[in-house]
Design a protein around this ligand. Structure first.
Ligand SMILES: NC(=O)c1ccc[n+]([C@@H]2O[C@H](COP(=O)([O-])OP(=O)(O)OC[C@H]3O[C@@H](n4cnc5c(N)ncnc54)[C@H](OP(=O)(O)O)[C@@H]3O)[C@@H](O)[C@H]2O)c1
Length: 273
C-alpha cells in the first residue's frame, strides 16, 4: 500500500447495509460507494431501496449500489435476506447492521408491545442476520484482510438517557454488548466486529426534532461540538472501519457524537469550603 487513498479504499468490496435507503444507512451506503464498493441495500420497502440505489449509482461514485427487499424483524425475513445475498454472490466483505426502529412514550404508559418490536429488529434481527451471513463473511475473510461487521449502536446505548425511548436506549446498550461478544468469538475467523455509536443525525427517526434547520440547530446546542452529525462524519468512520486502515480494530464502540459521551459534571469539588 502506498497512498492514503489505498489505505482507506474499499474498492471492489461487497457490502450489505440494512436500512440503507434512508438516514444514517443511506449516508453509510453512499460513503461505501464513494470508496468503490459494490453495495447492497435492503429494507422492508423494496421500492425505496431500488430508488435510493439508482440515485446513488447515478451520482458518479467509484462503486455502485443495488437495492432490494429485506425484513430483519422476523426469522423468515432474515432467512430470505440471507438467501438473496447468497444468490447475488458467495462472499460478503462488509456487513453494516443499520436497520433500526424506535418508540417513545411516557414511563407510565410505555407499551409492552414496543419492547418486543424494538428488541426484535434492533437486537435479535442484528444477531440472527449476522449469524446467517457468517458463511459469506468467512468466504471473504483473510488474516491480512478481515471481513467486517459494523453494528449501528447509539450514544443512547452509552449514556443512561432515554427521553421516553426506553426500549430503544436499552436495545442500543445491547448492541454495544453484542458487538464485544461477537468481536471475541469471530476474531479466530478473521472477522472484525465493531459498533458506531452516533449522536444526533438527520433521519426519518429523528425528523421530529431535526427535520427543520431551526430544530437541527436546537439539537446541536446539546452537543459539545455545537452541531448535529453530518454525512462526512459517518463517511470517515465507516471507511476507517471498513478498509485496510481499520483492519486491526475489533470490539470497538466508536463514539460519533460530537463529544456527548465524554460529558460529565464540570465540577466535583466546586462547593468544598
Ligand atoms: N439518526 C440518529 O440520530 C441516530 C443516532 C444514533 C443511532 N442511529 C441508528 O441509525 C440507524 C438508522 O436509523 P436512522 O436514524 O437513519 O432512521 P431511519 O431513517 O428511520 O432508518 C431506519 C431504517 O431501518 C429500516 N428498517 C426498519 N425496520 C426494518 C426491518 N424490519 N427490516 C429491515 N429494515 C428495517 C428502515 O427502512 P424500511 O422502513 O423500508 O424498512 C429505514 O431505512 C438505526 O439503527 C438507529 O438506531 C440513528
Amino acid at each position: 500500500m502506498s497512498t492514503v487513498g489505498e489505505l482507506f479504499s474499499v474498492a471492489g468490496k461487497r457490502a450489505l447495509v440494512t436500512g440503507g435507503a434512508t438516514g444514517v444507512g443511506r449516508m453509510i451506503a453512499e460513503a461505501l460507494a464513494m470508496g468503490g464498493a459494490e453495495v447492497m441495500i435492503a429494507s422492508r420497502k423494496a421500492e425505496a431501496c431500488e430508488a435510493a440505489a439508482s440515485e446513488m449509482s447515478e451520482a458518479g461514485h467509484a462503486g455502485r449500489v443495488v437495492g432490494f427487499a429485506g425484513d430483519v424483524s422476523t426469522e423468515a425475513g432474515i432467512d430470505a435476506l440471507v438467501a438473496e445475498v447468497a444468490a447475488r454472490g458467495a462472499s460478503l466483505d462488509i456487513l453494516v447492521n443499520n436497520a433500526g426502529v424506535s418508540w417513545g412514550a411516557p414511563l407510565d404508559t410505555f407499551p409492552h408491545a414496543q419492547w418486543e418490536r424494538v428488541m426484535a429488529v434492533n437486537v435479535a434481527g442484528m444477531f440472527s442476520l449476522t449469524r446467517g451471513l457468517l458463511p459469506a463473511l468467512q468466504a471473504a475473510a483473510g488474516a491480512d484482510a478481515p471481513a467486517r461487521v459494523i453494528n449501528i449502536g447509539s450514544v443512547m446505548g452509552t449514556l443512561p438517557v432515554a427521553e421516553g425511548a426506553y426500549s430503544y436506549a436499552v436495545s442500543k446498550a445491547a448492541v454495544h454488548h453484542m458487538t464485544r461478544i461477537l468481536a471475541q468469538e469471530l476474531a479466530p475467523m478473521h472477522i472484525t466486529v465493531n459498533a458506531l455509536a452516533p449522536g444526533p443525525f438527520r433521519s426519518k427517526m429523528t425528523a421530529f426534532a431535526t427535520g427543520t434547520e431551526e430544530g437541527a440547530a436546537r439539537v446541536g446546542q446539546n452537543v459539545p461540538l455545537g452541531r448535529i452529525g453530518q454525512a462526512e462524519d459517518l463517511a470517515g468512520a465507516i471507511l476507517y472501519l471498513s478498509s485496510a486502515a481499520g483492519a486491526y480494530v475489533s470490539g470497538a464502540i466508536l463514539p460519533l457524537d460530537g463529544g456527548m459521551s465524554a460529558q460529565a459534571p464540570s465540577h466535583l469539588f466546586a462547593n468544598t469550603p
